[in-house]
Design a protein around this ligand. Sequence first.
Ligand SMILES: [Zn+2]
Length: 277
Amino acid sequence: MPDIDSTENYICKQCRVICRLKDGAWVHPEPWATLKARQVCAHPAPLRPAKPREMQSGSMPLFKRDKIMREEQLRNLVVDHGSAIEVATVGCYQKHLTARAHPRGWGYLASNGHYGFGATTTQICFDGPGELAAEARALFWAIRKLVPLYRITLLTDYPQIANMVEAWRSGDHSAMPPGYDMTPGKSGYERKLVLAARKVHEHTDSVAVRLVDDYADTALGRGANELSIIGWKCSAREITKSEAEVQALTAASAALGVEPVLVTRDGQVDNAGEDNE
Ligand SMILES: [Zn+2]
């Protein structure tokens, strides 16, 4: 329990929405008590003081963005919300010869021009499920960006990923990679795959999954693979962030056979309260 200052706003440890002490009891005050974007709990309790940005949005982000990541959309492939699209997700996990941390690169590429790449790092080299973890990261970011805006078919060559998504669709939220910790972190962030599982189950009809023999069988898979390698290289500091952005645009547009022109950022509406950089 933090030292309580009754004039201050806190993040609620139950629902991560702003709460404060009022007449000796913890409450979710307005306007946040009726925050549309989030579920607000009935029994608030303080986790920690709220940051200025959280006081503006009314809650803390559900999850943390990766230190290295970028998401864009190619302009010439934009389709209406609700359209059926395909998206390939690929992870890249290799030992790095000189860096102390070993990046897990991820990439996704969708037929409507949405693409993303990024990386997380681990100190452990070749811990077995590391490759699966990289694939799962690609899956998380693709789901977060595209569901429920579109009806998506996920392309993966990982049977574990395909089985996991099918389990989520049928309501089994406990299907996770081996050893995956599902309890929220001390910082209050939800685990990414727990969020993904919930979202897939909520929007079962918007998500299908197709297991392919090899990611290289499809243009989307080949593009997503290139993106995951770009994420890996950027995390390993073999290329800079701006080089990575240029390479990603080239890779995504070449894979989809369109001009390398992006949807401008002003036109993109992101879900509130999830940016954390
Ligand atoms: Zn609460």
